[in-house]
Design a protein around this ligand. Structure first.
Ligand code: ATP
Ligand code: FE
Length: 355
């Protein structure tokens, strides 16, 4: 009894078909290249592109799975948080298919899906074992930067998050200042390899403070100050490289500190999990892996294709919900651009600290 999942919360249109064990039967993702030329995601353009892409993407995914629409037993889609246009397009499409075939529909929280990815079935992850609860999840992507204690499916405690930019935004904005393309993260990491991470003094916002909040805007401003003397002149490559390396180092220091703070305040966890596009960063990964080692816990980073936005994780979160005995959702439920994880989840032992 396979299920079909759709993800359209940002700029990637994705569709996946999973069987009841979570085996991935078919998958397709379409990244909207247009946004690169525009230097960021334009919500209206993204929504239209999702609408245009979905019908053929669903067909392609069915074809890859060797299935017909009539074989699908349940339809799922991301219903928040994210850009409202994309959420409406993706969830309406999935609901339409469900209604047409007389099958149930389930709306999935995008953040929940990200933080459950290390529990994907063995065939989809590099590690031999999936983490047991509780584990600590650090979600660092273009739209998010938060630290969550995962106590069980539906039991999440938000320990902190960014008070300004997300980690991905910080990378993208600094990359832009350095004259690199969009998305800036990968380009900045590549350039940083040529630079000296100690060349420039940059702040470590919130470092040493209790709690697990993040802040990146001060760091971004500090980088821009070093660029002022160059005005409109082209930035010499070695300076750009030193700045990139120094910035990356500062971000890694801040994240290391925040995660250590989080680990110090939560009950013992089995693993440290990192998800989101920024988790591609090798420097960051290495530092987080070191913390995990120091704490004698596992370090898990899902394969990159499941770190960034994808539909397999939406399908998997649907299954985790079903395994718990949850019934498919109300087809009339509207998508929510802001959807706190605390809603539709078991009462937390620490209600004041939940998301
Ligand atoms: P969402 O926040 O909903 O997951 P998104 O599409 O913006 O949506 P991702 O695809 O998870 O997020 O991540 C994209 C972000 O990751 C971009 O900001 C990009 O610059 C950043 N990124 C990708 N690779 C790297 C890297 N090697 N180093 C640092 N940042 C990176
Ligand atoms: Fe995402």
């Amino acid at each position: 009894t396979p299920l079909l999942a759709i993800e359209t919360s940002c700029d990637d249109t994705a569709c996946a078909i999973l069987d009841s064990h979570g085996t991935l039967l078919g998958e397709s993702v379409l990244s909207q290249e247009d946004h690169a030329a525009l230097g960021g995601v334009v919500p209206e353009i993204a929504a239209r592109a999702h609408l245009k892409a979905l019908p053929s993407l669903v067909d392609l995914t069915l074809e890859r799975a060797g299935l017909a629409l009539s074989d699908i037993a349940l339809f799922a889609a991301t219903t928040g948080p994210g850009l409202i246009g994309g959420l409406i397009v993706g969830s309406s499409y999935a609901k339409g298919l469900a209604m047409a075939r007389g099958k149930p529909f389930m709306g999935i929280n995008h953040i929940e899906a990200h933080i459950l990815t290390p529990r994907l079935p063995a065939s989809l992850r590099p590690e031999e074992t999936a983490p047991n609860f509780p584990y600590l999840a650090l979600l660092v992507s273009g739209g998010h930067c938060q630290c969550i204690l995962v106590e069980g499916v539906g039991q999440y405690r938000r320990l902190g998050g960014t008070i300004d930019d997300s980690a991905g935004e910080a990378f993208d904005k600094v990359a832009k200042m350095l004259g690199l393309g969009w998305p800036g993260g990968p380009a900045l990491e590549a350039l940083a390899k040529e630079g000296n991470p100690r060349a420039y003094t940059l702040p470590r916002p919130l470092k040493g403070r209790p709690g697990c909040d993040f802040s990146f805007s001060g760091l971004k401003t500090a980088v821009s100050r070093y660029l002022e003397p160059f005005g409109r002149e082209a930035l010499p490559r070695h300076i750009a490289a030193d700045l990139a390396a120094s910035f990356q180092q500062a971000v890694a220091d801040v994240m290391t500190d925040r995660v250590k703070q989080a680990l110090a305040t939560v009950p013992p966890v089995t693993a440290l999990v990192v998800a989101g596009g920024v988790a591609a960063n090798q420097t960051l990964r290495q530092r987080l892996e070191n913390i995990a080692q120091e704490h004698h816990i596992a370090f898990l980073a899902p394969p990159l294709r499941f770190c960034t936005d994808n539909a397999a994780m939406i399908g998997w979160a649907t299954l985790e919900r079903l395994y718990q005995g949850e019934q498919p959702g109300d087809i009339a439920l509207a998508p929510r651009p802001r959807w706190p994880l605390s809603e539709r989840c078991a009462p937390s032992a620490h209600p004041s600290a939940s998301i």
